[in-house]
Design a protein around this ligand. Structure first.
Ligand code: ADP
Length: 506
């Protein structure tokens, strides 16, 4: 049990650590991916801003050139405007807030709107006066860029201009972003979070993050979306799947290993118990006939038995117990030879009937003593069968010994030898206590004894049937049992009639 815990605990710890590090690795990969996306977004935003600034600086520069040379010259300014498609409209306002350009309005409504715009630009740009830098001003949803120019006569002026959104999208955003960001989708979002520009459709894409533009496009954002065919992510997912599979296999191995180890330990414990029982049983089995022999021997030696028939009876008891002792010792020795792989079989054609009768002879006294009814049926004209006569005789003796041992009040024994299905069938039947069905397969295992009190109360070591099975299999045969509790049992040793299938020396 402790060994099992010692195996399972570290294995579970290793598995748990594996799981945690896998999750951490996945998380850090995700973080790295976001970090890369952030770098990409920042770079893209800078590129857009640079492109925008370049166009607008060029435009302001041209306006400056015009007003420096010709003051507020509408025709020249028109030409500059026409040369820069990104700039949609231009307003020039002097220090007193008067709109100097344009002077002619397209319509009265436009005039009002433009005047209003000029006023607002003037108000909002008050701080810009004298500083000479540029600033972006958001006015009623319209973005105006405001810069200072110096006119020849009118002095310093505020030049305010608005961008054309279509041109912005086409000439600046698309042109700057076309070559950037493989594996991800770059998109520009307006102040409402709506995409103004995206290289491909964003329907299924997952937004990773968005960074704000610094100045040129206030409240707009550069967003990065994971493409559907994001290779990095697919690689990570694949790796995770591989690790997961390995992890599951590891867990499976741990579970199977634990179960196997647990069963092994249980088997070993059971075996150790059976071995301990075996030693106790054999010692007991050796002691009982020895004390009987000693007691009867001493009684005879002291000359206390006067009548000859009783003396004869005592001699028989001594012989019977001595035979039982040698059978037991032979069983144990044979068993140890089998366990050590040293048991040899000398298989030669043997007559069956004499073997059966010789084996039974050793049991004549105990059978008569316990008033057993014995029926022997040996089929006539049985052929000689290849076998190790000593081993088969021993196996038969074990079956007879068991039949006597496990009989109750109905003392009847049937011994049969015949040819059945091309095999020699040697069977021993009793009307004894029988064996429960569930135990029938196990009784041939070494040391195994049926755990019922009526079995346990009888002497036995649990190796008799293991030997019988070994003998049968060494001859290429088998041993079978038919039994029902309370009705009796029939054990049949089946040996092939022809040599060749056996395993001599097994
Ligand atoms: P044992 O020395 O205990 O008899 P065996 O290997 O000969 O060992 O038999 C194993 C077990 O099989 C016995 O303990 C007994 O429970 C059962 N068994 C064997 N033969 C018989 C039988 N003829 N009738 C009932 N039970 C039997």
């Amino acid at each position: 049990m402790l060994a099992l815990v010692a195996i399972v605990t570290p294995a579970m710890i290793v598995a748990a650590l594996g799981w945690v590090s896998l999750r951490q690795w996945e998380r850090s990969t995700e973080l790295l991916r976001r970090e890369q996306a952030r770098d990409m977004a920042t770079m893209a935003a800078e590129k857009v801003e640079m492109a925008l600034r370049q166009i607008e600086d060029r435009f302001v520069q041209r306006v400056q050139e015009v007003v420096a040379a010709r003051d507020v010259d509408a025709t020249a300014l028109e030409a500059v405007l026409a040369g820069e498609p990104l700039i949609r409209s231009l307003y020039l306002i002097n220090g007193r807030g008067q709109l100097l350009y344009p002077r002619h309005w397209r319509s009265p409504q436009a005039a009002n709107a433009d005047r209003d715009l000029a006023r607002r630009v003037g108000d909002a740009s008050r701080g810009t006066w004298g500083r000479g830098d540029r600033r972006e001003v958001l006015m009623a949803g319209q973005l105006c860029v405001v810069a200072m120019v110096n006119a020849r006569d009118a002095g310093p002026l505020l030049a305010a201009f608005a961008r054309d959104p279509d041109v912005l999208r086409r000439d600046v955003l698309a042109a700057s972003l076309a070559s950037l960001g493989s594996g991800v989708i770059l998109a520009v979002l307006d102040e409402h979070g709506q995409p103004v520009y995206a290289r491909t459709a964003l329907d299924q894409a997952e937004r990773l993050l968005a960074v704000s533009f610094r100045q040129s496009l206030p409240q707009w954002q550069m967003a990065v979306y994971a493409g559907v065919d994001d290779a990095t992510r697919a690689a990570v997912r694949r790796q995770v799947a591989v690790f997961m599979a390995a992890f599951i296999v590891l867990c499976g191995v741990i579970v199977v290993g634990s179960v196997v180890t647990w069963r092994l330990i249980r088997r070993e414990t059971e075996m150790a118990r059976l071995k301990a029982d075996f030693v106790a049983n054999v010692s007991h089995d050796l002691k009982t006939p020895l004390s009987v022999i000693r007691m009867f021997g001493e009684t005879l030696e002291m000359g206390r038995v006067a009548e000859e028939p009783r003396r004869q009876e005592y001699y028989r008891v001594i012989t019977r117990e001595a035979e039982r002792l040698s059978r037991l010792i032979e069983n144990v020795l044979d068993f140890s030879r089998i366990e050590g792989g040293r048991r040899r079989y000398d298989i030669v054609p043997t007559a069956v009937e004499p073997l059966v009768r010789e084996t039974l002879e050793a049991f004549v006294y105990p059978l008569a003593h316990q008033a057993f009814k014995v029926e022997i049926t040996v089929a006539p004209d049985l052929p000689e069968v290849p076998m190790d006569a000593h081993a088969v005789g021993q196996a038969l003796a074990n079956l007879l010994d068991n039949a006597i041992k496990y009989s109750a009040n109905d003392r009847a024994l049937g011994v049969e030898a015949c040819v059945e299905g091309g095999e020699l069938a040697l069977s021993v039947a009793d009307r004894g206590i029988g064996i429960p069905r569930a135990e029938q397969a196990r009784i041939f295992d070494k040391f195994y004894r049926v755990g019922r009190s009526d079995t346990q109360s009888r002497r036995g070591s649990g190796v008799g049937l293991a030997l019988v099975r070994h003998v049968a299999e060494a001859h290429g045969g088998r041993v079978t049992v038919e039994s029902s509790p309370g009705a009796g049992s029939r054990f049949t040793l089946r040996l092939p009639l022809a040599a060749g299938r056996g395993v001599p020396g097994a």
